[in-house]
Structures are given as structure tokens and as C-alpha cells.
Write a protein that binds this ligand. Structure first.
Ligand code: LLP
Length: 422
């Protein structure tokens, strides 16, 4: 029997294949994505509000594989891009310029010019970037990222508003901002914010949204009339503790409140533009699982180590943020499973002692040859993978809605490692 696989079996995550078949066919480490779950998450978010101006702006940094981006496009979302690379992949997935917002920070003039040449609406993150953009696109439109002074997030490294962060323009600087837009004859066509990543209760997000609306409302009438986009940012959390039954973010409650807020505000102010939310993780995290293999087990002191090919070059969230990802264990049918769980520390194959995927987890005893599945690995996992220790970036496979599997990215090879060498 399988050792620990209830979650994926219940949702038929791997379609017509078993995870071991996928690992055998495509090798490990392997990211596997499920199309139906991805579509469902897109629909959850698109359903947050029925306001005609409401839309969902997927933050591509979470996962930029064009096969996934195409599905997201089909579901009616627009995308943000924050680098020429993301812009390239958005375009490859069929997003036209009017469905891409360039929401970035600390860009070179060349990068801003590239976004402007591609007819994108660009959001600037500082007065200094506004000045640079003005020189590039005098007479054009621009958006500004405001810092509402409220931050939130699962780790200090992902709180992106408030005084202690590098992000956004303080609302106290609006006069200077307008002096610059006037100097370059720019129209402020949108305002956006992003307070941080991973909230599990709606209050902070809704408060920050109200703050942004209040700011918008205070703009002089002529400037208010130019606003086409108000983007509240992302941060929508997902339950990473699947096996502990962690509750989901109350999207119905959040949606009802957000819908009420924007509808009443639009009625009151006469605003006819768009309202966007900008999630990354919520869209893609749960549709992805990283498959790896156990290659060695050993005891060192009090710790029982399980050595895998899932190093932090493949999946770095636990190392960078102490993040928790649930783990499943897949064993060939008929192979015995010791029913008594044991505390085990799952590590990778990178030459650093911090290369720990999961610490002291009480799990069925793992052994060489087991295939592991790291749950909720669709967001900020492949997109943060690296070639550290000159290991290859993993392959990615997609389980289509009909249950079939196909590769959507091949594993790297030695040639890929040397491609840029001169
Ligand atoms: N908008 C902007 C401007 C952002 O910087 C981000 C994420 C998002 C939207 C989407 O945030 P989300 O809905 O995914 O929380 N690597 C970290 C997360 C970093 C988020 C960076 N910015 C992690 O693995 O938890």
C-alpha cells in the first residue's frame, strides 16, 4: 500500500498516473501541476466580486511556466510582470499588452523603456523612478505604487509595506508626485499597493484596501477622473498544513466584504474604472507538487535523516523562510509500510547543513527508493529554483483535466549549464 497519500488520492491529483509512474517516466526532482485545481483557484478568485470593474491580476513571479499562464489567461485573469523575462513569458502565453501591468521596482531606464515600448502600463515604486519614467515617456500614462503604511506577511522578508520596507511611495509625497507628473505631462492612470504575502484572515487586507480607496478619494477632482485602475495587491494565503486540517482563507467572506466595499465606494465617488486584486500564491500554490526520491537514510546523534534529491536548489522556501510544506510518501504497491511513525528530518543533496526541507516530522518510516511528494509547491518553488552546486533545474509536468500527463519543461542538461560560458 501507499504510505501516506490520502490528500492526493482524494483529489486525484496525479490523474491517470501514480506518482511513482510519473517519477519513473520523467525522473526526479519533478514538479507536477494539476490543471483542474489551477482552474478552480482562478475561478475562486474571479468570483470574489461581480462588480463590472473587478478583475484578478495574477502575479507571475509565483510561477511563470507559459503552459500554466495560458490556462490562467483562458480563465480570464490578467497578469503583472516585473522583469523583461516575465514580460517575455507573459507574451509567449498569449497575453496582449493591455492585459499585462508592469509592477516592478528599482528598474534601469532601459527596462522601463522596454516596458513602455511594449505599450504596458507601468507602475513606479519611487519618485526617483517616476522621474526616470517621465524622461522616457513624457505625455504618457503611469501608475504609482503607494505604501499605505500597513504591512502583513508570513515572514519579515515578505512584508512589503510599512516603514520598514523598501516598497512604495508614501502618501505624504503626493504633492511631489504630482509635481513630477505635471513636469513630464504624465497622467496618473492607476494606483496600486501590495502589503505582503500570505494572510489567512481577511481583515488586514480589507483595511488596507479601504486605506487605498480613501487616498484615491482625496485626490483633486481632475486627477481622480484620470484613474483607471485601483489595484489592492495580493497576499491571499493557502493552508499549507493540509494533514492537520488547517482551515482555508474565507474567500466567500472576503469576497462579500470586498464587493460591498468597492460597490459602495464606486457609487459614492462615481469611479468607473477597474478594481484589481493581485494574487500569486493563491492561484498556483495548491496545483503543484514536487516529487523527489529518497536516496539515503541515516542517524546522526538524535536525528534521523532522510536524504533526498529535493535540495534547496529545487525548493528553497523552508530554508529561506522556515516555511512548512506537508509531505506525502509513495511506496510501490505490495511493499510493506511500518505503521508506527517516527520523527524524521528530510534533507536534500546540497553541500550545506542548512539544506533541510522538513525538520523532525512525525511520518511513516521512509527508506531508500521511496518517492516523496512535497505539497503546495506550485508557488515560489520552481520560480525560485537555482543551479547551486551545478545541479540541474527540475522538469515540470502537467496533469491535464482529462487525467493525462505531459512534460511542460524538460530537465536541464550539462549543455544548459555551459550555454552562457564564453
Ligand atoms: N504583487 C506584488 C507587487 C508582489 O510583490 C507580490 C509578491 C504579489 C503581488 C503576490 O503576492 P502573493 O499573492 O503571492 O502573496 N517568495 C515568497 C513570497 C514573495 C512574494 C513576493 N511578492 C514565498 O515563497 O512565500
Amino acid at each position: 500500500m501507499f504510505a501516506r497519500s490520502t490528500y492526493t488520492e482524494t483529489c486525484r491529483f496525479f490523474g491517470d498516473q501514480t506518482p511513482r509512474e510519473l517519477a519513473d517516466a520523467y525522473g526526479t526532482p519533478l514538479y507536477v501541476y494539476n490543471e483542474s485545481i489551477l482552474r478552480q483557484r482562478c475561478r475562486d478568485l474571479m468570483g470574489l466580486s461581480a462588480h463590472p470593474g473587478f478583475g484578478v491580476n495574477y502575479s507571475v513571479k509565483a510561477n511563470a511556466n507559459p503552459a500554466l499562464l495560458s490556462i490562467i489567461r483562458e480563465e480570464g485573469l490578467v497578469v503583472d510582470a516585473m522583469s523583461p523575462g516575465e514580460l517575455h513569458l507573459d507574451a509567449l502565453a498569449g497575453f496582449p499588452p493591455e492585459k499585462i501591468l508592469y509592477i516592478s521596482n528599482n528598474n534601469s531606464a532601459e527596462e522601463l523603456a522596454h516596458a513602455a515600448e511594449n505599450s504596458l502600463l507601468v507602475s513606479v515604486d519611487s519618485l526617483s523612478q517616476l522621474e526616470t519614467f517621465g524622461r522616457i515617456k513624457a505625455g504618457g500614462k503611469v501608475m504609482a505604487r503607494l505604501n499605505p503604511g500597513i504591512g502583513a506577511g508570513h515572514h519579515a522578508k515578505v512584508i512589503t509595506a510599512g516603514k520598514a520596507t523598501k516598497f512604495g511611495i508614501s502618501p505624504d509625497s503626493l504633492e511631489e508626485l504630482f509635481a513630477l507628473t505635471d513636469k513630464y505631462d504624465l497622467t496618473l492612470a492607476g494606483i496600486n499597493q501590495h502589503i505582503g504575502s500570505l494572510f489567512m484572515t481577511p481583515d488586514g487586507y480589507l483595511n488596507a484596501a479601504s486605506v487605498l480607496l480613501t487616498l484615491a478619494e482625496k485626490l483633486p477632482e481632475a486627477r481622480f477622473g484620470n484613474l483607471e485602475i485601483i489595484d489592492f495587491g495580493g497576499g491571499f494565503g493557502i493552508p499549507y498544513h493540509k494533514y492537520d486540517g488547517e482551515p482555508r482563507l474565507g474567500l466567500a467572506e472576503l469576497g462579500a466584504a470586498l464587493h460591498g466595499l468597492i460597490s459602495a465606494w464606486a457609487d459614492k465617488t462615481g469611479y468607473r474604472g477597474r478594481f484589481l486584486v493581485e494574487p500569486g500564491r493563491y492561484v498556483v500554490a495548491e496545483c503543484g507538487i514536487a516529487l523527489g526520491r529518497v536516496h539515503a537514510v541515516k542517524n546522526n546523534g538524535q536525528t534521523h535523516y532522510v536524504g533526498t534529491d529535493l535540495g534547496f536548489n529545487v525548493l528553497m522556501r523552508p530554508v529561506l523562510y522556515d516555511s512548512f510544506h506537508d509531505v506525502e510518501i509513495y511506496r510501490a504497491k505490495g511493499e510493506q509500510v511500518d505503521p508506527k511513525p517516527m520523527a524524521q528530518t528530510i534533507v536534500g543533496n546540497i553541500c550545506e547543513s542548512g539544506d533541510i526541507l522538513a525538520k523532525e516530522r512525525l511520518l511513516p518510516v521512509m527508506r531508500e527508493g521511496d518517492v516523496l511528494g512535497v505539497l503546495d509547491a506550485g508557488a515560489y518553488c520552481f520560480s525560485m529554483a537555482s543551479n547551486y552546486n551545478q545541479r540541474f533545474k527540475p522538469a515540470e509536468a502537467l496533469i491535464a483535466a482529462d487525467g493525462s500527463a505531459r512534460l511542460i519543461r524538460r530537465r536541464e542538461t550539462l549543455e544548459d549549464l555551459t550555454r552562457c560560458l564564453l
